[in-house]
Ligand binder design. Structure first.
Ligand code: AMP
Ligand code: MG
Length: 270
C-alpha cells in the first residue's frame, strides 16, 4: 500500500526526521528478485500518466533530489525518469553557482528551471544547497542561511498555489556505503572522471552535513511540499520507493486529455 510507504518515509511538518535512527538499508518489505518487474510496471504507469499530463498542460510536478555524494541521485534520474517522454521532462543539475548565477539571488536560477504547465521538473540538487553548503562551510553569517528556510517554504508554497506539485527526496546512505561507492568510482577507469576532490573534503564534514540535513528537513517539510527520506544503500529499493511515490502523486493529479475541438464527429480526412 502506497499510503503506508508514504507515511513511513515522509518527514512530518516541524518534526525532527531523526536521520541517525532511520535505516539506510531498509528493504521496505520488498524482495530484490521481484522488484525489477515491479519497477517496470510502475514506470509504465508513470509514462501513461505523464503523457496525459503533457497533453492536459495545466499542472506541473517538481521532483527535488538531495543527498550526499554517491547517494545515487544520478542513478535515480537514469533508472526512474527515463521511461517518460523527454519532451515533457526537464532535468536540471545544479552545480556550484557560476557566472550570472552568482550575480543574482540564489532562487533566480531555480525559478528559471521550474517545470512549465504539463512538465515534470527533476532537480539533481537544488536551492537546498544554498542552505547546506554556506552553513557547513561557514560561507555566510548564520542569519543569512537561516532566513532561507522561510524563503524556500514561501517559494515552494507559491509554486504549489500556482499549480505545481512539489515532492522532495533525501537519499539516505550510510557512511560506509558512500566509502564503497567513492572507492569504486576511483578504481574503475570508466568512472574515474566522476571523482571530485571536494567529495573527500565533504566526506570529512559528514557529521556537520548530517546536522544540517536534520534541521533542514524539519524546517522545510510541509504537507504541500513534503520531504521523504529514502533508504538508499540498496539502489533497487531507492528506485522503487521513489517511483511508487511519484506514481501515487501523478495518480492523485489525475491529468485528463483536453476535449478535442468541435466538429470531429464524422470528419473524413482526404
Ligand atoms: P555533483 O552534483 O556531485 O556533480 O556536484 C555538484 C557540486 O556543486 C556539489 O559539491 C554541490 O554541493 C555543489 N553545489 C551545488 N549547488 C550549490 C550551491 N548553491 N552552493 C554551493 N555549492 C553548490
Ligand atoms: Mg560530487
Amino acid at each position: 500500500m502506497v499510503e503506508r510507504l508514504v507515511r513511513h518515509l515522509q518527514v512530518p511538518s516541524n518534526k525532527a526526521p531523526n536521520l541517525e535512527q532511520r535505516s539506510t538499508d531498509d528493504t521496505l518489505g520488498w524482495e530484490k528478485d521481484s522488484a525489477k518487474g515491479e519497477l517496470a510496471k510502475v514506470l509504465g504507469q508513470m509514462a501513461t500518466l505523464q503523457h496525459r499530463l503533457l497533453a492536459e498542460a495545466q499542472q506541473s510536478l517538481l521532483i527535488v533530489l538531495q543527498g550526499r555524494d554517491a547517494s545515487g541521485k544520478d542513478g535515480l534520474v537514469r533508472h526512474v525518469m527515463t521511461g517518460m517522454n523527454p519532451s515533457g521532462v526537464k532535468v536540471t543539475n545544479f552545480k556550484v553557482p557560476a557566472g550570472s548565477e552568482k550575480m543574482h539571488d540564489y532562487l533566480w536560477r531555480c525559478h528559471a528551471a521550474c517545470p512549465a504547465r504539463g512538465e515534470i521538473g527533476v532537480w539533481n540538487r537544488s536551492h537546498y544547497e544554498d542552505i547546506l553548503v554556506p552553513r557547513v562551510k561557514n560561507l555566510v553569517p548564520e542569519e543569512v542561511w537561516r532566513q532561507r528556510y522561510r524563503h524556500v517554504r514561501d517559494f515552494e508554497q507559491m509554486l504549489v498555489d500556482e499549480g505545481t506539485r512539489v515532492l522532495k527526496f533525501y537519499l539516505h546512505v550510510s557512511h560506509d556505503v558512500q566509502r564503497q561507492r567513492l572507492q569504486k568510482r576511483v578504481d574503475n577507469p570508466e568512472s574515474g572522471w566522476k571523482h571530485d576532490p571536494s567529495d573527500l573534503s565533504d566526506r570529512e564534514l559528514w557529521p556537520k552535513y548530517g546536522q544540517a540535513y536534520e534541521e533542514l528537513l524539519k524546517e522545510t517539510s510541509r504537507a504541500d511540499a513534503p520531504w521523504f527520506v529514502i533508504p538508499a544503500d540498496n539502489k533497487w529499493v531507492r528506485d522503487l520507493a521513489v517511483a511508487k511515490i511519484v506514481l501515487a502523486e501523478l495518480q492523485d493529479m489525475n491529468p485528463q486529455f483536453p476535449k478535442p475541438p468541435p466538429g470531429l464527429k464524422g470528419l473524413k480526412i482526404v
